[in-house]
Design a protein around this ligand. Structure first.
Ligand SMILES: Cc1cc2nc3c(=O)[nH]c(=O)nc-3n(C[C@H](O)[C@H](O)[C@H](O)COP(=O)(O)OP(=O)(O)OC[C@H]3O[C@@H](n4cnc5c(N)ncnc54)[C@H](O)[C@@H]3O)c2cc1C
Length: 309
């Protein structure tokens, strides 16, 4: 027998947590399903832009989100955790969420399963993760003011990262695998006209080197085969996002990299009973505050859809 709810929220990062709190306060009968609490920035030692909190560790932020959601557990909010959603099936009158802890039915579903950054897989990358190597310029960039840094990647995210870093870093060297960039010409031009910007095309990253923290990046010129070490104190990796949306199957439309397509005004997805918010969507910008705010926006719209007479 599956259990039935007005709303199902899947994912326990800032987006899911924000939506769960709003849903319970609006007395929507909600099931909240998550594999873990807190989301991606849980690994950060210091989150400095969670509004209202000048500095907080990722683990403390996760614990706070959990505490806040659990404060509403009860008649209106059922928490199923740890639980992994593996399937999403749509029907005319409901949506069905399959998990490793059972099947749950709801009148509406909010997908907030976030994403994972594609990791740099070279020698030293795991060892120096958060010791100079980072996947988030908005989060960690200011720590590298007046320092030499490298950006790895050639898409829009890499160039946006470079542009942010150019504002305060001493030099920014961008490494691209091929001879051409995937990023929009406007971002590429803006970066390339800055005298602090350097670009190394057709390059292969070989190793992140350092002692306690990063001291450099060993790379190879793909054409000549020559190897060099560039001295840098920070490395920003922007080689792609992997949205956690495979479990949704064909229930909603996604873009070419698997992000759920949403209406930015309402966060409704392509199916009338499904919404999505946060890093799992095709929204342009991805941050904790944005995920939480967008999920609240979605929740307001879900409430109107479910309760409109
Ligand atoms: C290293 C790092 C540091 C960052 N630091 C900052 C920062 O300082 N400030 C900032 O604003 N942003 C930061 N970000 C970005 C920020 O973490 C994300 O924008 C934000 O976490 C997105 O929230 P979300 O709720 O959409 O998704 P996520 O945080 O990705 O959360 C997704 C949730 O869904 C759960 N989940 C996934 N799949 C399933 C499934 N199949 N079934 C059940 N549950 C599932 C996960 O366990 C997780 O709880 C950082 C990102 C990284 C990678």
């Amino acid at each position: 027998m599956s259990e039935s709810y007005e709303l199902g929220i899947v994912g326990g990062g800032p987006a899911g947590a924000a939506a769960a709190i709003y849903a319970a306060r609006k007395r929507l009968k909600t099931v909240f399903i998550t594999s873990e609490w807190g989301g991606q920035s849980t690994v950060s030692t210091d989150v400095q832009n969670w509004i209202g909190t000048p500095s907080i560790s990722g683990t403390e932020l996760a614990a706070n989100l959990r505490k806040h959601v659990e404060a509403y557990a009860g008649e209106w909010l059922t928490i199923v955790s740890p639980a992994l959603a593996t399937g999403l099936t749509t029907h005319d009158d409901r949506v069905e969420m399959t998990t490793n802890k059972g099947v749950f039915q709801a009148g509406a579903v909010l997908i907030t399963t976030g994403a994972n950054r594609r990791k740099l897989e070279v020698k030293g990358a795991a060892q120096y993760d958060q010791k100079g190597l980072t996947y988030c310029a908005s989060c960690d960039g200011p720590l590298f003011a007046d320092k030499d840094v490298a950006v790895i990647g050639g898409g829009n995210a890499a160039f946006e990262t470079a542009l942010q870093l150019l504002a305060y870093c001493k030099t920014v060297t961008l490494f691209n695998r091929t001879d051409t960039f995937r990023a929009d010409a406007i971002s590429v031009n803006a970066a390339l006209t800055n005298p602090k910007m350097h670009v190394i095309k057709q390059s292969e990253i070989l190793e992140v080197v350092g002692d306690k923290f990063i001291t450099g990046l060993r790379w190879k010129d793909s054409q000549s085969g020559k190897e060099e070490v560039l001295p840098v104190e920070g490395i920003f990796v922007e080689i792609g996002l992997i949205p956690n949306t495979a479990w949704t199957g064909s229930a909603v439309e996604k873009n070419e990299i698997g992000q759920v397509k949403v209406d930015p005004r309402t966060h409704q997805a392509s199916h009338p009973r499904i919404w999505a918010a946060g890093d799992c969507t095709d929204g342009l910008y991805h941050q904790n505050n944005i995920a939480a705010g967008d999920a609240v926006k979605a929740l307001e719209d879900i409430y109107m859809a479910l309760r409109r007479v």
